[in-house]
Ligand binder design. Structure first.
Ligand code: PHE
Length: 492
C-alpha cells in the first residue's frame, strides 16, 4: 500500500473512468471518425467499427487494465515483470507515447489558435484570422513555423502542468471537471448542427449504406481503416491503459470498466460525427462555396472553419466557432495527459523501486521538454507543403536512397503517425493478446479480476477466444495492411 501511494492512485472509480474516457476521447473521435466514416461507406463502416469494438476493443482494454493493475507499473515495468524477454514490447509502447504526443501536441496547438481566432473575431471583428478565407488562412498558418511552435508550446505547457499535479491531484481532478463539461458542450453543438437548414444532407451522407464506395475502396481496406481508427481512438496498444490501470485499487471492477470506456468513446465518436457532418451537409445544401464532404483531414480546420465563418456567420458563427474549438482543445488535452503519463511513469517507477521520492514534477517537465523538441519537425514542415510553400524542415526527397519513402510520408506528422499508430500500436496489441492468451493464460486475467471482493468473472470463454485468436488475427491483418500501403504491395 505504501508503494502504491508513492506512485499515486485514483481517488474514486468514477474519477478513474473520467481520466480513461478522457484519454480515449480526443482528436481521433472529433477529427478522424467523422470523415473516415463518411468516406468509407457510411453505415457499413459504422457496423464494421462496432463489430471491431466488440470483438477486439473490449478484450484489449480488459487485457491492458488488468495487466496494469496486477503488476502495478507503467508499460515497460509491466512487461519486464511478466518476463525480461518481453521488456522490449513495453519499450515499443513507451516510444509510441513520445511520437504520438509530439504530433498530437502540434495539432492541439492548432485548436488553441482557432479558439483564439474566433474569440478575437467575436470581440474585435475581422482580426482573428487576418481577414483571410478558410483555406488561405490554414495554408498560411501551417507554414508559419514560429506560430506552430508557439501554439505547440502552449499545448504542451498545459499538458505538463496537469500531469505534474499527479494522478488524483492533477489528472483525475482535471478530467473530472473537463469530461462532463465536454459532453454537455458536444450536445449543444450537435443540437445546433442537426437543426440547421439542410442538415439532412449530412445525416444522409453519414447513415446511408454506401455500397458503391465500399466496392470502390474494397472491404479489406475499409476494415483496415476501421481497425486502425478504433485502436487509436481507444488509446490501446501502447500501454496507456496499462499505465492508467496500474493506479487502480483492487476494489474496482475491471470487467465492467473495460466495457464502459469503449462504449463511452464510441458514443462520443458518433456524437462528433453528428456535430460535424450535418453542419457540413447543411451548408452544401445552402450552396456555400468550398464546403464539401471530400475534405478528408482538412475537415476539422478548413471546412469547419468555413462552416462557422461563412455558413453561420456573424455573432453566432464566431460564438459557436470559439465554443467548438475550445471543446476540441479540451478533448485533445485530456488525451495528451495520458500520453505524457506513459512517458513519465517509467522514470517514476524506477525511482520508487529504488525507494526514492518519485520526483514527479521534475520528471514530467523533462519529458515535456523532450517531446516539445521532438515535435519541431512536425511544426516546421508545413504539413508537407514543401520548401516552396515556406516549410522550414522538409522531408528529404529520398531516404537511404529510397524515393518511395517520400511518397509514403508526405510530412513528418505522417511519419510519426506511421511509426506509432501504424506499426508499434497494432504490434503491441497483437503481442499483448498473444502473451495473455498463450503464455500467461486467460486464467491470470480472471484471477486478477476476481481480486475485487465478491466478484466473479462473467465472460471467461469470450475473453479467452478474443485473446487467443480474434485480437491477434485482427492485428496481424492491420499490420499487413500497413506494409501493403508502405511498400505498395497491392495485397488489398
Ligand atoms: N485516443 C486518443 C484520441 O482519440 C489518442 C490517444 C492515442 C491517446 C493513444 C492516448 C494513447 O484522440
Amino acid at each position: 500500500m505504501e508503494k502504491d501511494n508513492k506512485r499515486g492512485q485514483w481517488a474514486t472509480n468514477i474519477g478513474f473512468l473520467m481520466a480513461a474516457v478522457g484519454s480515449a476521447i480526443g482528436l481521433g473521435n472529433i477529427w478522424g471518425f467523422p470523415y473516415k466514416m463518411g468516406a468509407n461507406g457510411g453505415f457499413i463502416f459504422l457496423i464494421i467499427y462496432l463489430a471491431l469494438v466488440s470483438f477486439v476493443g473490449f478484450a484489449t482494454m480488459l487485457g491492458e487494465l488488468t495487466l496494469g493493475r496486477k503488476y502495478g507499473m507503467g508499460v515497460i515495468g509491466t512487461y519486464r515483470k511478466i518476463s525480461k524477454k518481453y521488456e522490449w514490447v513495453g519499450w515499443l509502447g513507451w516510444l509510441s507515447g513520445f511520437f504520438i504526443l509530439a504530433f498530437y501536441s502540434v495539432l492541439g496547438g492548432f485548436t488553441i489558435r482557432y479558439f483564439f481566432g474566433f474569440l478575437m473575431e467575436l470581440f474585435s471583428g475581422g482580426a482573428g484570422f487576418g481577414g483571410m478565407d478558410s483555406g488561405a488562412f490554414f495554408g498560411s498558418f501551417i507554414v508559419s513555423a514560429p506560430m506552430n511552435i508557439l501554439f505547440h508550446a502552449l499545448f504542451m505547457g498545459a499538458t505538463v502542468l496537469i500531469v505534474m499535479g499527479g494522478i488524483s491531484g492533477g489528472i483525475e481532478k482535471f478530467t473530472s471537471i473537463a469530461m462532463p463539461m465536454l459532453f454537455v458542450m458536444m450536445l449543444i453543438v450537435v443540437i445546433r448542427s442537426v437543426t440547421l437548414e439542410g442538415a439532412f444532407v449530412g445525416l444522409e451522407f453519414m447513415f446511408k449504406p454506401d455500397f458503391e464506395a465500399l466496392k470502390e475502396i474494397g472491404l479489406m481496406r475499409v476494415l483496415k481503416t476501421a481497425a486502425g481508427q478504433m485502436f487509436f481512438s481507444l488509446s490501446l496498444g501502447m500501454g496507456c491503459m496499462i499505465t492508467y490501470g496500474s493506479y487502480l485499487s483492487k476494489n474496482e471492477n475491471l470487467e465492467k470498466n473495460a466495457m464502459i470506456i469503449p462504449i463511452a468513446d464510441t458514443s462520443f465518436a458518433l456524437l462528433s460525427a453528428l456535430a460535424v457532418l450535418p453542419a457540413v451537409g447543411a451548408f452544401i445544401y445552402q450552396g456555400v462555396e468550398g464546403v464539401s464532404f471530400g475534405a478528408g483531414p482538412g475537415l476539422l480546420f478548413v471546412t469547419l472553419h468555413r462552416v462557422f465563418s461563412v455558413g453561420m456567420g456573424g455573432f453566432m458563427g464566431n460564438f459557436f466557432g470559439a465554443f467548438f474549438y475550445f471543446l476540441v482543445f479540451i478533448a485533445a488535452v485530456t488525451s495528451a495527459i495520458s500520453l505524457l503519463e506513459v512517458c513519465t511513469a517509467y522514470f517514476i517507477d524506477k525511482r520508487v523501486e529504488k525507494g526514492l521520492e518519485p520526483n514527479r514534477k521534475k520528471i514530467t517537465l523533462i519529458m515535456g521538454i523532450i517531446i516539445f523538441f521532438l515535435g519541431f519537425p512536425v511544426a516546421m514542415d508545413g504539413l508537407g507543403s514543401g520548401v516552396a510553400g515556406g516549410a522550414m524542415i522538409d522531408i528529404p526527397a529520398t531516404v537511404f536512397g529510397m524515393s518511395e519513402v517520400r511518397v509514403a510520408f508526405d510530412c513528418w506528422l505522417d511519419f510519426y503517425d506511421m511509426i506509432s499508430e501504424g506499426v508499434f500500436m497494432p504490434l503491441g496489441a497483437m503481442l499483448m493478446s498473444l502473451i495473455i492468451g498463450w503464455k500467461l493464460k486467460t486464467v491470470l486475467i480472471k484471477d486478477e479480476i476476481e481480486q475485487t471482493p465478491g466478484y466473479k468473472m462473467k465472460a471467461y470463454n469470450f475473453w479467452d477466444i478474443c485473446f487467443k485468436f480474434i485480437v491477434p488475427a485482427a492485428m496481424f491483418f492491420v499490420l499487413l495492411g500497413q506494409l501493403d500501403d508502405f511498400f505498395g504491395l497491392g495485397i488489398f
